[in-house]
Design a protein around this ligand. Structure first.
Ligand SMILES: C[S@@+](CC[C@H](N)C(=O)[O-])C[C@H]1O[C@@H](n2cnc3c(N)ncnc32)[C@H](O)[C@@H]1O
Length: 248
């Protein structure tokens, strides 16, 4: 069946030099995968079907992280950050660009369980911050498993897979048939990976300071964050979307 593109889709594809001639476009494919580009905070990230298409809600995570750094680490020489479950690298790279713009020195660790996704994050980092490549490490890892034990992060940010397992089958075809299941499936309640991250924070942070994107169905009863001063932050659509953990 040939696909009727919306005006938005046509604009997007034209902007990214899609060749419309003789092309039959599958009904449900996200247009970003047709041109291997996703727009995030006004930047064009390389993506393919090994990576989630970064969502507009997630842009706010970068603002929260930047605000966190500007508030808590004004006088620190170098800020050490981890972007766990990085996918295309869009969160960590956008944050690194904001820090570089302000001449704030940083070192950022990107990690993902998918080697293909991590390679894409690296490619994007080289593209946006070629002069800052010495400020980044890329660790292929199941969460913190392959991280050197002596690391102490000032800030950990993550948009992990958080869709409740039982909801995967009802996701739109464009999501469940094209985006990597590894990027979506958060296990029972969608909190399995979130809770694994939280459990390991004390090993990698002397002072807990972490921002995690969550599902709007999550609440503090489902998330194992007692004692870490958890708070939920709403996104631009007015639903709980981010978990902040902070313990000096
Ligand atoms: C929701 S996507 C987020 C990607 C990117 N941070 C973004 O916001 O667009 C989650 C990412 O987590 C990765 N992932 C899933 N399980 C993981 C694990 N146990 N350890 C590390 N990364 C994992 C997936 O490969 C995927 O790239």
């Amino acid at each position: 069946m040939s696909r009727q593109l919306t005006p938005y889709e046509k604009n997007f594809l034209t902007r990214h030099n899609f060749d419309f001639s003789n092309t039959s476009i599958p009904t449900d494919i996200p247009i970003e995968y047709l041109v291997n580009v996703a727009e995030f905070r006004g930047l064009n990230f390389y993506i393919d079907q090994n990576t989630l298409i970064p969502r507009i809600e997630t842009e706010q995570l970068v603002d929260l992280a930047l605000e966190n750094i500007l508030t808590n680490f004004k006088n620190k020489e170098k800020i050490v950050i981890a972007d766990l479950c990085t996918g295309s690298g869009s969160i960590g790279i956008s944050l690194a660009l904001e820090l570089a713009k302000r001449n704030i020195d940083f070192h950022i660790y990107f990690s993902d369980i998918s080697k293909d996704a991590l390679d894409i994050a690296k490619k994007n980092y080289y593209n946006f911050l070629p002069k800052k490549i010495a400020n980044a490490n890329f660790i292929h890892s199941d969460l913190f498993n392959n991280f050197p034990k002596d690391l102490n992060f000032d800030l950990i940010i993550s948009n992990p897979p958080y869709v409740p397992n039982e909801r995967i089958a009802s996701l739109q075809n464009s999501v469940k048939n094209y985006e990597p299941i590894l990027a979506l499936d958060g296990g029972k309640d969608g909190t399995e990976i979130i809770n694994k991250i939280i459990l390991q924070l004390p090993k990698f942070q002397k002072k807990i300071n972490c921002l995690i994107e969550i599902d709007d169905s999550h609440n503090l009863d489902k998330i194992k964050s007692e004692g870490l001063n958890p708070s939920l932050i709403k996104d631009q659509f007015g639903v709980n979307r981010f978990l902040s953990l902070f313990l000096l």
